[in-house]
Write a protein that binds this ligand. Sequence first.
Ligand SMILES: [Zn+2]
Ligand SMILES: [Zn+2]
Length: 183
Amino acid sequence: MSPSERPLDRRSPLVLDTHDLGRRAGAMKEIVTDVPAPDGMGSDVIGVPPASPIALELRLESVVEGVLVSGTATVTVAGECGRCLEPIEQELVIDVQELYLYPGMEPDDTDASRMEGEALDLEPLIRDEVVLELPFMPLCQEDCAGLCPTCGANLNADPEHTHGDVIDPRWGDLAGWQSAQDN
Ligand SMILES: [Zn+2]
Ligand SMILES: [Zn+2]
């Protein structure tokens, strides 16, 4: 095989080998496994941590034009809340439904996924779906109260928090007096 025929990185855990599936239409294979996530799935604020597990539950089915892949890929998405900066971690289930055309199949759709030899690469598919699903502004909760613009306190933890009045200097004096009494 020349490299040009096999440009896929076969060591990538998201490249599946369909050799044992065969090309007889109707042949089927189930894949249930965890694979490590590649780098760069997501944005600076939220994404799939590299090497975190992607749980694949897939069915590969041989059809006339290629291999139909269906099922789910479950990833963990981690990042920080865009308002309060607290860490966020959530599970994202991606529905996978994709036909990978055999090499040499003429596609009507030039964007169609294609097999390379007997291998197919799930990475572009999963990456696109993850990016689509990721919120532009991730929030720890829908109504996150964010941070106090004055002191940076987390307003979710302290909803009554206010700087309505500048602290009266007399209270400061009283506090000093109190601690003097305590001593
Ligand atoms: Zn938040
Ligand atoms: Zn404050």
